[in-house]
Design a protein. Structure first.
Ligand code: ADP
Ligand code: MG
Length: 421
């Protein structure tokens, strides 16, 4: 599938957005519910305190409690006790409450209440959690004569919240899984038309370059016939045209290769092959060109390395590299083609002692039509597409290509492919 990278990025963005929205939603639900429950607990306790207080009668400095209404249904699980200023129970709390109210953490609030300040404390008793409200009982003459304590169970708030959290987590997990699928679906859908348009565009370029080849061949045949029969000025014209047509032919050829590769119409035909053998053959093939340029071309072979590759494409790849090395190496220089095996990978290194590549150009040399020295390479028949094709071949073989170059000293291109053992 085309645009896999873009697709994954888009899906990831949708997904992150979804997770953020879900997280935000969960947070709001949690905060709202927890505040509402807390408010309800506070309000209940306040009501219970008011009711309990209404059953406490202060006569002079004596406190009496009306025990009956304390057990109204609305206060069924609320526990109340009243202490006089000596700390004696005025009410008769049920036995099980003693333990709750005797919790040492309540001694401070009682002290505070005795000093006239109300307070609330959380107390655990068994598995239940209580909120205990402690407040002073004041006589008409504003003297603290006792303490009222009201305890109300509040575990239900925590229980309800943890239930809520469990449900939110579960719902969010389901939401995230569904969301991931939906993100992928949405991303696929939004990218599909672009992918189709792109594919059509690529096929168009491939078809167009292919269509150019037939008339070019025809022109070339005709001009060559003209060249053979002409002389003088006419011959010079014909020669010029032949050269240009040849250049055009090379460009169209390289362009067709790239366009077909882009359109996925150049399937590879990988077979096990020996790199040493291939390099030996290529050296023989390139020697005339090296001699013509006065450059020494030599192999640097150690043992043998086998790879599973498309013979025609790897040959094309190495020819591009050898051609570049020879083209950019002045007479007297040297080009070597080495094959080694290193860490389970086969390396082919094409090294030259030529002019090198300026470091500013280095990051761009694999781009289409990029030429560091435009005039010079065009003259030598370069199209600026060689390394772009080389890169495609390397990528298609799950290989890597790297270039090291020092201006004025030389260049080393290293191609690595997965080796067979
Ligand atoms: N071995 C080399 N030495 C110096 N420059 C090189 C070498 N190989 C490639 N280059 C630079 O990289 C550019 C791109 O190479 P390439 O894609 O093969 O295009 P072309 O050879 O058609 O110009 C060349 O124009 C040249 O400037
Ligand atoms: Mg080239």
């Amino acid at each position: 599938m085309m645009f896999r990278g873009a697709l994954v990025r888009l899906a990831a963005q949708y997904f992150v957005l979804l997770v953020l929205i879900l997280g935000f939603f969960d947070l709001i639900v949690y905060v709202t519910v927890s505040q509402a429950l807390q408010a309800k607990a506070d309000k209940d306790l306040a009501t219970a305190v008011t009711q309990a207080m209404s059953n406490v009668t202060v006569t002079g400095e004596t406190i009496s409690v009306n025990p009956q209404p304390l057990l109204t249904p609305s206060l069924a699980d609320v526990f109340v006790r009243v202490l006089d200023f000596k700390g004696q129970e005025v009410s008769q709390p049920r036995a099980e409450l003693k333990k709750l109210f005797n919790n040492p953490s309540l001694s401070t609030p009682i002290g505070a209440a005795n000093a006239g300040q109300p307070g609330q404390t959380q107390v655990a008793s068994g598995s239940e959690l209580y909120m205990v409200d402690t407040r002073p009982i004041v006589s008409k003459s504003h003297k603290v004569i006792g303490v009222l304590q009201v305890a109300q169970p509040i575990s239900w708030v925590g229980d309800a919240l943890s239930r809520l959290v469990r449900q939110l987590v579960l719902a969010s997990a389901i939401g995230i899984v569904l969301g991931a699928l939906a993100s992928l679906l949405m991303a696929t859908r939004s990218i599909r038309p672009i992918g189709r348009a792109f594919q059509r565009q690529r096929e168009f370029v491939a078809d167009a370059s292919h269509e150019l080849r037939t008339p070019l061949t025809l022109i070339r045949t005709n001009v060559e016939a003209w060249l053979r029969r002409s002389n003088g000025t006419s011959r010079a014209y014909a020669k010029g045209i032949v050269e240009e047509v040849e250049q055009l032919n090379r460009i169209v050829g390289d362009l067709t290769t790239l366009a077909l590769a882009d359109a996925r119409q150049l399937p590879l035909d990988p077979k096990p092959m020996e790199l040493n053998e291939l390099v030996k053959g290529l050296i023989v093939q390139a020697t005339p060109m090296a001699e013509a340029r006065g450059v020494q071309l030599r192999p640097d072979l150690n043992g043998g390395v086998r790879v599973d590759a498309d013979l025609g494409r790897v040959r094309q790849l190495l020819l591009i590299l050898i051609d570049n090395a020879l083209t950019h190496t002045p007479p007297g220089g040297e080009v070597s083609v080495g094959v080694i095996r290193h860490n389970g990978r086969a390396h082919v290194r094409v090294t030259d002692t030529g002019e090198g590549i300026p470091s500013g150009d280095l990051p761009h040399i694999f781009e289409r039509f990029y030429r560091a020295d435009k005039a010079r390479t065009r003259e030598s028949g370069g199209t600026g597409l060689g390394l772009a094709i080389a890169k495609w071949i390397v990528d298609a073989h799950k290989g890597e290509i790297g270039v090291k170059s020092a201006e004025g000293k030389g260049t080393e291109v290293d191609v690595s492919l997965p080796a067979l053992d």
